[in-house]
Ligand binder design. Structure first.
Ligand SMILES: NC(=O)c1ccc[n+]([C@@H]2O[C@H](COP(=O)([O-])OP(=O)(O)OC[C@H]3O[C@@H](n4cnc5c(N)ncnc54)[C@H](OP(=O)(O)O)[C@@H]3O)[C@@H](O)[C@H]2O)c1
Length: 257
């Protein structure tokens, strides 16, 4: 079992698949990328709590296996910056779940900070390959099946940095504005198909993505205690995916009041 007692997830009522309560997602399957920690892990827990069978993807196999020991579902380890890695992950999900997911949440992401002058080609490539290309390939990979079925919910995790500029966010912001551009095209292309899509745009959230940056010791960054909790972002995903069929929330910014 994952010990959540010291993690941000423990601040919410989310407590895994076994908890009592309504199961509006019973019979549905969900695929969550970036689920080895942070927002993705919290999303996987909350979707399982609501009754979904969840496939969890990231590179680190051990935390994925701990999560599936807790929630059931399927661990799908692999590097999603590699298009073949995305294709393999989707194939393994289909084999395990018996088809395309009812819900796709793309949360795998990287965050780099560097001034415009200091941003390297490698940082640009990494932000593009994971924050944009992997999400796009995941959506592309499940879309035909969802359209054929006439239902499905696609949730891409964007960022407040996909709308608003912050110094040092050149590569990251380019990727998050990029995924917003893709999402807006997607919204037009899925109109009338029964498939719906949401771009989630969280503000700063207290996850391991901040560990290398140490915001508590940088006066230009929000302290971790003032950030959103991953479980609060996960609850927003659960809200989106439990709307009645035919109701779509195209954009969902989330911030601290
Ligand atoms: N935290 C924030 O303040 C914040 C705010 C707005 C938006 N977001 C967005 O929310 C999403 C999740 O962020 P987070 O804060 O939860 O970050 P996190 O705690 O660092 O988690 C990132 C996840 O992505 C996975 N990942 C990283 N590289 C990967 C790769 N090459 N292939 C497959 N998976 C990979 C990581 O697992 P492995 O390392 O095991 O692969 C991990 O599961 C990101 O898209 C981020 O941009 C975060």
């Amino acid at each position: 079992m994952v010990d959540a007692t010291n993690s941000a997830e423990a601040t919410s009522s989310v407590s895994g698949a076994g908890s009592a309560g309504p199961k509006p997602l019973a019979g549905q399957s969900a695929l969550v990328t970036g689920a080895s920690r942070g927002i993705g892990a919290a999303v996987a827990r909350d979707l399982a709590r609501l009754g979904a069978r969840v496939g969890v993807a990231a590179r680190s196999e051990a935390p994925l296996r701990e999560l599936t020991a807790e929630l059931g579902g399927w661990a799908l380890p692999g590097d999603l910056t590699d298009p073949d890695g995305v294709a393999q992950m989707l194939r393994r999900f289909r084999e395990a779940a018996g088809g395309e997911p009812d819900i796709l949440v793309t949360s795998a992401g990287v965050f780099t900070i560097a001034s415009v002058e200091a941003t390297s080609a490698e940082e640009l490539d990494l932000n593009w390959a994971l924050n944009v290309r992997a999400s796009v390939l995941c959506v592309q990979g499940v879309l035909a099946g969802m359209k054929a079925r006439g239902s499905g919910t696609l949730v891409q995790v964007g960022s407040v940095a996909g709308r608003k500029a912050f110094p040092g966010n050149g590569a990251y912001s380019a990727s998050k504005f990029g995924i917003r551009g893709f999402h807006e095209v997607l919204l037009e292309e899925i109109r009338g198909t029964g498939v719906r899509a949401t771009l989630l745009e969280p503000a700063a959230t207290d996850t391991p993505i901040w560990d290398p940056i140490d915001p508590d010791n940088d006066p230009h960054l929000p302290p971790r205690a003032a950030m959103l909790r991953p479980a609060e972002v996960a609850e927003a995903v659960s809200f989106v995916v439990t709307r009645p069929a035919g109701v779509q929330i195209p954009f969902l910014p989330i911030e601290r009041s």
